[in-house]
Design a binder for this molecule. Structure first.
Ligand SMILES: NC(=O)c1ccc[n+]([C@@H]2O[C@H](COP(=O)([O-])OP(=O)(O)OC[C@H]3O[C@@H](n4cnc5c(N)ncnc54)[C@H](O)[C@@H]3O)[C@@H](O)[C@H]2O)c1
Ligand SMILES: O=P(O)(O)OC[C@H](O)CO
Length: 207
Protein backbone atom coordinates (compact mmCIF):
# COMPACT_ATOMS: atom_id res chain seq x y z
CA UNK A 1 0.00 0.00 0.00
CA UNK A 2 2.94 2.34 0.54
CA UNK A 3 4.59 1.69 -2.82
CA UNK A 4 5.03 4.97 -4.70
CA UNK A 5 3.74 7.06 -1.79
CA UNK A 6 6.99 7.74 0.09
CA UNK A 7 9.18 10.81 -0.21
CA UNK A 8 12.77 10.13 -1.37
CA UNK A 9 15.17 9.58 1.53
CA UNK A 10 12.55 8.17 3.88
CA UNK A 11 14.07 5.81 6.48
CA UNK A 12 12.44 2.72 7.94
CA UNK A 13 12.95 0.64 11.07
CA UNK A 14 11.27 -2.73 11.59
CA UNK A 15 10.26 -4.15 14.97
CA UNK A 16 8.70 -7.21 13.34
CA UNK A 17 10.16 -10.48 14.55
CA UNK A 18 9.65 -12.82 11.65
CA UNK A 19 10.65 -13.84 8.16
CA UNK A 20 9.04 -14.56 4.84
CA UNK A 21 9.88 -17.99 3.46
CA UNK A 22 9.94 -18.01 -0.32
CA UNK A 23 10.61 -20.89 -2.67
CA UNK A 24 14.16 -19.58 -3.13
CA UNK A 25 14.72 -19.37 0.64
CA UNK A 26 14.01 -17.18 3.66
CA UNK A 27 13.82 -13.40 3.31
CA UNK A 28 14.14 -11.16 6.37
CA UNK A 29 11.38 -8.58 6.87
CA UNK A 30 13.84 -5.65 6.70
CA UNK A 31 14.95 -6.83 3.25
CA UNK A 32 11.33 -7.21 2.19
CA UNK A 33 10.73 -3.58 3.23
CA UNK A 34 13.87 -2.36 1.44
CA UNK A 35 13.12 -4.34 -1.73
CA UNK A 36 9.44 -3.38 -1.83
CA UNK A 37 9.75 0.30 -0.95
CA UNK A 38 13.30 1.04 -2.13
CA UNK A 39 14.30 2.57 1.21
CA UNK A 40 16.95 1.87 3.86
CA UNK A 41 15.58 -0.21 6.75
CA UNK A 42 17.14 -0.84 10.16
CA UNK A 43 15.71 -3.25 12.77
CA UNK A 44 15.07 -2.91 16.49
CA UNK A 45 14.95 -6.11 18.55
CA UNK A 46 15.53 -6.94 22.21
CA UNK A 47 14.15 -8.13 25.53
CA UNK A 48 11.11 -5.95 25.06
CA UNK A 49 7.86 -7.48 26.28
CA UNK A 50 5.42 -4.70 25.48
CA UNK A 51 3.35 -4.48 28.66
CA UNK A 52 6.50 -3.91 30.74
CA UNK A 53 7.70 -1.13 28.43
CA UNK A 54 4.22 0.41 28.57
CA UNK A 55 4.60 0.95 32.32
CA UNK A 56 8.16 2.22 31.85
CA UNK A 57 10.05 -0.65 33.44
CA UNK A 58 13.71 -0.64 32.34
CA UNK A 59 14.62 -2.48 29.11
CA UNK A 60 17.55 -2.67 26.72
CA UNK A 61 17.23 -3.02 22.95
CA UNK A 62 19.48 -3.50 19.93
CA UNK A 63 19.30 -1.72 16.60
CA UNK A 64 20.76 -3.69 13.71
CA UNK A 65 21.95 -1.79 10.66
CA UNK A 66 23.69 -2.35 7.34
CA UNK A 67 26.48 0.16 6.56
CA UNK A 68 24.55 3.37 7.38
CA UNK A 69 25.76 4.01 10.94
CA UNK A 70 24.42 7.57 10.93
CA UNK A 71 20.91 6.32 10.30
CA UNK A 72 21.27 3.77 13.11
CA UNK A 73 22.47 6.48 15.49
CA UNK A 74 19.51 8.68 14.57
CA UNK A 75 17.12 5.83 15.40
CA UNK A 76 18.96 5.11 18.65
CA UNK A 77 18.62 8.77 19.68
CA UNK A 78 14.94 8.71 18.82
CA UNK A 79 14.15 5.52 20.77
CA UNK A 80 16.38 6.05 23.82
CA UNK A 81 14.70 7.11 27.06
CA UNK A 82 15.80 6.77 30.69
CA UNK A 83 13.97 3.40 30.80
CA UNK A 84 14.81 2.21 27.25
CA UNK A 85 18.52 1.88 26.49
CA UNK A 86 19.45 1.23 22.86
CA UNK A 87 22.73 -0.09 21.39
CA UNK A 88 23.57 -0.24 17.68
CA UNK A 89 25.18 -3.23 15.92
CA UNK A 90 26.32 -3.50 12.30
CA UNK A 91 24.75 -6.92 11.78
CA UNK A 92 21.20 -6.46 10.57
CA UNK A 93 20.61 -10.14 9.76
CA UNK A 94 22.06 -11.32 13.08
CA UNK A 95 19.88 -8.94 15.09
CA UNK A 96 16.73 -9.78 13.12
CA UNK A 97 17.35 -13.53 13.24
CA UNK A 98 17.86 -13.41 17.03
CA UNK A 99 14.43 -11.78 17.43
CA UNK A 100 12.87 -14.29 15.08
CA UNK A 101 14.41 -17.60 16.12
CA UNK A 102 14.13 -17.15 19.87
CA UNK A 103 10.37 -17.63 19.49
CA UNK A 104 10.98 -21.26 18.46
CA UNK A 105 13.10 -21.90 21.56
CA UNK A 106 10.33 -20.33 23.69
CA UNK A 107 7.94 -23.07 22.56
CA UNK A 108 10.40 -25.71 23.75
CA UNK A 109 10.74 -23.82 27.07
CA UNK A 110 6.96 -23.81 27.46
CA UNK A 111 6.75 -27.55 26.77
CA UNK A 112 9.42 -28.14 29.45
CA UNK A 113 7.35 -26.07 31.91
CA UNK A 114 4.17 -27.94 31.00
CA UNK A 115 5.88 -31.27 31.58
CA UNK A 116 7.26 -30.04 34.96
CA UNK A 117 10.77 -30.93 33.92
CA UNK A 118 12.37 -28.28 36.12
CA UNK A 119 14.67 -25.29 35.88
CA UNK A 120 17.83 -27.22 35.01
CA UNK A 121 16.16 -28.70 31.93
CA UNK A 122 14.75 -25.34 30.97
CA UNK A 123 18.21 -23.76 31.25
CA UNK A 124 19.58 -26.56 29.06
CA UNK A 125 16.88 -25.89 26.45
CA UNK A 126 17.75 -22.19 26.46
CA UNK A 127 21.51 -22.81 26.21
CA UNK A 128 21.19 -25.35 23.41
CA UNK A 129 18.55 -23.16 21.77
CA UNK A 130 20.88 -20.16 21.73
CA UNK A 131 23.62 -22.28 20.18
CA UNK A 132 21.22 -23.53 17.52
CA UNK A 133 20.02 -19.98 16.83
CA UNK A 134 23.62 -19.00 16.17
CA UNK A 135 24.33 -22.03 13.97
CA UNK A 136 21.13 -21.56 11.95
CA UNK A 137 21.73 -17.81 11.54
CA UNK A 138 25.26 -18.38 10.27
CA UNK A 139 24.04 -21.04 7.91
CA UNK A 140 21.60 -18.54 6.38
CA UNK A 141 23.95 -15.53 6.56
CA UNK A 142 27.65 -16.33 7.08
CA UNK A 143 28.25 -12.63 7.89
CA UNK A 144 26.33 -12.94 11.20
CA UNK A 145 28.58 -12.08 14.16
CA UNK A 146 28.98 -14.08 17.38
CA UNK A 147 28.87 -10.95 19.57
CA UNK A 148 25.34 -10.14 18.38
CA UNK A 149 24.07 -13.10 20.44
CA UNK A 150 25.32 -11.37 23.62
CA UNK A 151 23.36 -8.17 22.91
CA UNK A 152 19.83 -7.56 24.18
CA UNK A 153 18.44 -8.97 20.92
CA UNK A 154 20.20 -12.29 21.63
CA UNK A 155 20.53 -13.91 25.03
CA UNK A 156 18.40 -11.29 26.82
CA UNK A 157 15.39 -11.56 24.50
CA UNK A 158 15.72 -15.36 24.61
CA UNK A 159 15.55 -15.29 28.42
CA UNK A 160 12.61 -12.88 28.70
CA UNK A 161 10.60 -14.71 26.04
CA UNK A 162 11.29 -18.11 27.64
CA UNK A 163 10.12 -16.68 30.98
CA UNK A 164 7.28 -14.36 30.06
CA UNK A 165 6.45 -14.61 26.36
CA UNK A 166 3.21 -15.75 24.74
CA UNK A 167 4.78 -18.75 22.98
CA UNK A 168 6.05 -20.14 26.30
CA UNK A 169 2.63 -19.67 27.91
CA UNK A 170 0.63 -21.37 25.16
CA UNK A 171 3.17 -24.20 24.78
CA UNK A 172 2.95 -24.86 28.53
CA UNK A 173 -0.85 -25.13 28.24
CA UNK A 174 -0.45 -27.43 25.23
CA UNK A 175 1.73 -29.82 27.26
CA UNK A 176 -0.47 -29.61 30.38
CA UNK A 177 -3.44 -30.65 28.22
CA UNK A 178 -1.46 -33.65 26.96
CA UNK A 179 -1.54 -32.28 23.42
CA UNK A 180 -5.31 -32.83 23.29
CA UNK A 181 -6.12 -29.15 22.66
CA UNK A 182 -4.64 -27.62 19.51
CA UNK A 183 -2.34 -24.60 19.42
CA UNK A 184 -5.01 -22.78 17.37
CA UNK A 185 -7.63 -23.35 20.08
CA UNK A 186 -5.29 -22.35 22.92
CA UNK A 187 -4.12 -19.28 20.97
CA UNK A 188 -7.71 -18.09 20.54
CA UNK A 189 -8.56 -18.73 24.18
CA UNK A 190 -5.41 -17.45 25.88
CA UNK A 191 -4.06 -14.61 23.73
CA UNK A 192 -7.19 -12.46 23.35
CA UNK A 193 -6.57 -11.61 19.71
CA UNK A 194 -2.77 -11.71 19.78
CA UNK A 195 -1.19 -14.36 17.58
CA UNK A 196 1.37 -17.03 18.39
CA UNK A 197 4.83 -16.12 17.19
CA UNK A 198 5.26 -19.16 14.99
CA UNK A 199 2.50 -18.94 12.49
CA UNK A 200 2.16 -20.28 9.00
CA UNK A 201 0.12 -17.96 6.83
CA UNK A 202 -0.13 -19.47 3.37
CA UNK A 203 3.52 -19.52 2.34
CA UNK A 204 4.54 -16.88 4.84
CA UNK A 205 5.88 -17.56 8.31
CA UNK A 206 5.65 -14.92 11.06
CA UNK A 207 8.01 -16.78 13.37
N1 LIG B 1 3.94 -7.71 22.00
C1 LIG B 1 5.22 -7.63 22.35
O1 LIG B 1 5.58 -7.70 23.54
C2 LIG B 1 6.28 -7.41 21.31
C3 LIG B 1 7.51 -6.93 21.70
C4 LIG B 1 8.49 -6.71 20.75
C5 LIG B 1 8.24 -7.00 19.42
N2 LIG B 1 7.05 -7.50 19.08
C6 LIG B 1 6.86 -7.81 17.67
O2 LIG B 1 5.93 -6.93 17.09
C7 LIG B 1 5.14 -7.63 16.11
C8 LIG B 1 3.69 -7.46 16.42
O3 LIG B 1 3.46 -7.93 17.75
P1 LIG B 1 2.04 -7.85 18.41
O4 LIG B 1 2.21 -8.08 19.87
O5 LIG B 1 1.34 -6.61 17.94
O6 LIG B 1 1.37 -9.14 17.78
P2 LIG B 1 -0.14 -9.50 17.46
O7 LIG B 1 -0.23 -10.98 17.52
O8 LIG B 1 -1.06 -8.71 18.35
O9 LIG B 1 -0.35 -8.98 15.99
C9 LIG B 1 0.35 -9.55 14.92
C10 LIG B 1 -0.51 -9.36 13.68
O10 LIG B 1 0.25 -9.70 12.53
C11 LIG B 1 -0.59 -10.46 11.65
N3 LIG B 1 0.29 -11.27 10.78
C12 LIG B 1 0.93 -12.40 11.05
N4 LIG B 1 1.64 -12.84 10.00
C13 LIG B 1 1.42 -11.94 9.02
C14 LIG B 1 1.87 -11.82 7.68
N5 LIG B 1 2.69 -12.71 7.17
N6 LIG B 1 1.45 -10.76 6.96
C15 LIG B 1 0.64 -9.84 7.49
N7 LIG B 1 0.18 -9.89 8.75
C16 LIG B 1 0.57 -10.93 9.51
C17 LIG B 1 -1.44 -11.29 12.57
O11 LIG B 1 -2.59 -11.75 11.92
C18 LIG B 1 -1.73 -10.27 13.69
O12 LIG B 1 -2.87 -9.50 13.41
C19 LIG B 1 5.60 -9.09 16.15
O13 LIG B 1 6.50 -9.34 15.12
C20 LIG B 1 6.30 -9.22 17.49
O14 LIG B 1 7.31 -10.16 17.48
C21 LIG B 1 6.04 -7.69 19.98
O1 LIG C 1 5.28 -11.30 22.26
P1 LIG C 1 5.95 -12.14 23.27
O2 LIG C 1 5.18 -12.07 24.53
O3 LIG C 1 6.25 -13.51 22.83
O4 LIG C 1 7.35 -11.44 23.49
C1 LIG C 1 7.70 -10.65 22.45
C2 LIG C 1 9.01 -10.02 22.38
O5 LIG C 1 9.65 -10.61 21.27
C3 LIG C 1 9.89 -10.03 23.58
O6 LIG C 1 10.98 -9.20 23.34
Amino acid sequence: KLVGKLRPGVEAISLIKGMEVKMEGPCMISKLITDTLGINCCVLMGANIANEIAVEKFSEATIGYREDKEAANRWAKLFTTPYFLVAIVEDIEGVELCGTLKNVVAIAAGLVDGLDMGNNTKAAIMRIGLREMRAFSKLLFPSVRDNTFFESCGVADLITTCLGGRNRRVAEAFARNGGKRSFDELEAEMLHGQKLQVKKKKEIYNV
